[in-house]
Design a protein around this ligand. Structure first.
Ligand SMILES: *[C@@H]1O[C@H](CO)[C@@H](O)[C@H](O)[C@H]1NC(C)=O
Length: 352
């Protein structure tokens, strides 16, 4: 694995692009896994076909769509074991109204697996978007394309056919929808948060942005390497269950003056939200992350639009990145899309 040492973050020693191997399992279980796979596959294929080819296109009550999406997650045994919302005590989710994303807000989600968009659709039915590292505008995509995105190669810039819009435009045009952004632009194995694309900066200053982190146990159903549809399906369907943890941070605004929101955030944390007092909130840790010079150079976004990111704007992105890392109990890394593109080349040549 030494070959991949250049794809290990210097500061944290995290390698965010290496596929996570499946936990060891005895051969005795092989027939059981094969049975589960063969048994579930026809259901998953036909339900997906039904949803993406038919249901998605007909104006139906969203209840049916939610039901089918949950079935799609239920058949492979993806269980939602934990939901934590910043500022809301465990077991008091009914009081979480104000802390949950709702119509007119933006979700900034971590991105590790095709299950991320599927799950987010099952809860919020948002409008999905694709971000690119060098532009603030986003491309609106369907749920199906968001799922495929988790399997696709990282891109530096949008294809010329892409129709790009500002997030502010999307939120004003769709006041009854939540907008979902994957600001890392490409998938990781869930062990680190990549530098964020500037897409969130195109959100209006009054729009609430909720960082959301989705985490899976075991992590082998993440898809940090493009392709591999079949092996992913095997890993998904042959295992009896997969656990999923969802964490939602306090909203953030695209604004330099986060005064009140950020103060509320820290007091909500201090007053013991469901979070076990979090080492990530410890000042040393925060300084450690912020003061890491090795990162800053890489964090700077190479903006192709002739549209640089100012220091104040970078603070907004950093805040979202920090929240994503804190929620996922991981760290931010300096490796980004460029490094992933290199990694994919090296990974592909190894296998030939
Ligand atoms: C988002 O915030 C940044 C930094 O304050 C600002 O430069 C940018 O114009 C804002 N975007 C919008 C669409 O208001």
């Amino acid at each position: 694995m030494e070959k991949y040492s250049q794809f290990r973050d210097k500061g944290t020693a995290i390698a965010p692009f290496l596929p996570v191997p499946a936990p060891p399992s005895s051969v005795i279980w092989a027939p059981f896994h094969a049975f589960l796979f063969v048994f579930r596959l026809p259901f998953v294929v036909s339900i997906s076909f039904f949803y993406f080819c038919i249901l998605e296109w007909i104006p139906m009550g969203s209840a049916v769509k939610y039901g089918v999406l949950w079935l799609m997650l239920g058949i492979p045994g993806v269980w939602w074991v934990d939901l934590q919302v910043d500022g809301v005590k465990r077991g008091q989710l009914h009081s979480a109204r104000d802390n949950l994303p709702k119509a007119g807000t933006i979700i900034a989600s971590s991105f590790t697996s095709p299950l991320d968009p599927l799950y987010l659709a099952g809860i919020f039915q948002p409008i999905f978007t694709r971000s690119y590292p060098n532009t603030r505008r986003v491309e609106r995509i369907s749920l199906f394309r968001a799922i495929l995105l988790a399997f696709s190669a990282p891109k530096r810039s949008p294809p010329s056919s892409a129709k790009l819009v500002a997030l502010q435009h999307l939120t004003t045009e769709n006041p009854h929808k939540i907008i979902c952004v994957f600001p890392e632009t490409t998938t990781t194995n869930g062990r680190g948060i990549l530098p964020l694309a500037p897409s969130l900066l195109s959100a209006g200053g009054n729009t609430k942005i909720y960082p959301v982190n989705l985490r899976y146990t075991p992590q082998d159903i993440t898809t940090p390497v493009p392709g591999g549809y079949f092996s992913w399906l095997w890993r998904l369907l042959s295992k009896p269950t997969h656990q999923m943890r969802v964490r939602i941070a306090t909203r953030i605004y695209n604004s330099t003056s986060q005064d009140s929101p950020s103060k509320q955030t820290s007091s909500a944390r201090a007053s013991g939200s469901g979070y076990d007092t979090n080492i990530f909130d410890h000042p040393d840790f925060r300084n450690g992350v912020n003061g890491n010079d090795g990162h800053d150079g890489l964090m700077a976004v190479d903006v192709g639009d002739g549209d640089g990111v100012s220091a104040d704007e970078q603070k907004v992105l950093d805040r979202v990145g920090e929240d994503l890392a804190r929620l996922g109990r991981v760290k931010r890394v300096g490796l980004g899309v460029e490094e992933k593109i290199e990694f994919v080349k090296v990974w592909g040549s190894r296998r030939r």
